[in-house]
Design a protein around this ligand. Structure first.
Ligand SMILES: *Cc1c(COP(=O)(O)O)cnc(C)c1O
Length: 398
């Protein structure tokens, strides 16, 4: 498609990428095609299609859908990738990709600071099927040191969850490609607006499109972007496992994507502003925001990120109880998991993703009791700042 060759800006790609300039039905927007099957004209067309000499839509809904394909093409354009495959959720994208690419006896390296269910999947499912799993510190050196002869995949996030760590991608890619290891980045927190992992030589980019890409807290989706042959192999596997995206959600995703750059740039600016407010407050022990100079990976962040994203993590001196007081005093952000959408959301990881663990177990995996994760939406920054200052003041009075 021409829009991936002449590299346009992210908002132009978000609005026009992957969709035909003039549709055959002349409608400005992509229609939602609700169909399970795509009939053949006659047996001649069927045989030509099966032999590969005729281009036409896939014959059955599990193998493709025109609305989903437009959303895939738009995401490929935004990431500067050859191809993309959408799935029913971010976890569907992660698990399908790993199962498609790994076999018994192989080995995968993950980072400790990562989406919890990704690590749980690796430990509870991949290991059960005879794949070796190492989960290491989120640093390039730790990842490189963990690679061995059987290693097939390195999977890390950028920035990681919840500490927003940013690895030296070039170092990981260099070491991995020397060993013919595939690199996969879950770039959900970065979005294609803030980071372009494929341009740094990463093999596959995965997103939970549930977050920024959909952006309106109303759909679940996941996507894998990369070179066409690798994406085709994953799509083939998806044809068996079947966690395909529904066309209605594909339409919501297409619609949400059109404002991606506007939303993310606004969220970048607001999150940075709130991170600076938090860093000044005596109740706050520590703030993690990738583009602040006090972040441990600030150097990598400035190298790889053009914006710090909409998530700010911070640790309160007063531990779990202080976090609860702050969360309950906030009036605009809602108490909920997830992130990246238009509504601001806030949570204490100790009470959300890691609830069933003891404080000692949480400490062992680096989840502080006073940790709060704030995902900034697109509300007015002045209002969010006033709300945060009010909640911090309530904490002092508490
Ligand atoms: C939410 C999330 C996922 C899982 O995505 P779902 O769409 O909820 O399945 C994976 N990775 C990261 C970094 C996430 O934030």
């Amino acid at each position: 498609m021409s829009d991936t060759r002449e590299r346009r800006g992210p908002s132009t790609l978000a609005v026009h990428g992957g969709e035909p300039a003039v549709r055959s039905d002349r409608s400005l927007t992509t229609p939602v095609v609700h169909a399970t099957a795509y009939p053949f004209e006659d047996t001649r067309e069927l045989v030509d299609y099966m032999e590969g000499s005729r281009e036409r839509p896939a014959e059955y809904g599990r193998y493709g859908n025109p609305t989903v394909e437009r959303a895939e093409a738009k995401l490929a354009a935004l990431e500067g990738g050859e191809a993309a495959v959408l799935m029913a959720s971010g976890m569907a994208a992660i698990t399908t990709t790993l199962l498609a690419m790994l076999r018994q006896g192989q080995h995968v390296v993950l980072t400790r600071d990562a989406y919890r269910k990704t690590r749980v999947f690796a430990r509870s499912v991949l290991e059960r099927y005879g794949v070796g799993v190492d989960i290491v510190e989120p640093s390039a050196q730790a990842v490189i040191d963990a690679m061995r002869d059987e290693t097939r995949i390195v999977l890390t996030e950028a920035p990681t969850n919840p500490y927003l760590r940013v690895l030296d991608l070039a170092a990981v890619v260099k070491a991995a490609s020397a060993r013919r290891v595939k690199t996969i980045i879950d770039a959900t927190f970065a979005t294609p607006i803030n980071m372009q992992p494929l341009a740094h030589g990463v093999d596959l980019v995965i997103h939970s499109a549930t977050k920024y890409l959909g952006g309106h807290n109303d759909l679940l989706a996941g996507v894998v972007v990369g070179r066409a042959p690798l994406v085709a192999a994953i799509r083939e596997f998806l044809g068996m496992t079947g966690a395909v995206l529904d066309p209605h959600n594909a339409y919501l995703l297409l619609r949400g994507l059109k404002t991606l750059a506007l939303r993310v740039r606004h969220q970048n600016a607001t999150a940075r502003r709130l991170a600076d407010v938090l860093a000044e407050d005596p109740a706050v022990a520590r703030v993690w925001y990738p583009l602040r100079p006090d972040h441990p990976d600030h150097e990598n962040a400035t190298r790889y990120l053009s914006g710090g994203g909409g998530v700010v993590s911070f640790e309160l001196h007063g531990g779990l109880a202080a976090g609860t007081r702050l969360v309950d005093a906030l009036r605009i952000p809602k108490l909920a998991p997830s992130l990246g959408g238009v509504e601001s959301l806030v949570e204490q990881p100790a009470l959300m993703s890691f609830f069933e663990l003891s404080p000692d177990q949480r400490a062992a995996i680096g989840i502080g009791e006073g940790l709060v994760r704030l995902s900034v939406g697109v509300e007015d920054p002045e209002d969010l700042e006033a709300d945060l200052r009010h909640a911090l003041a309530a904490l002092r009075e508490g």
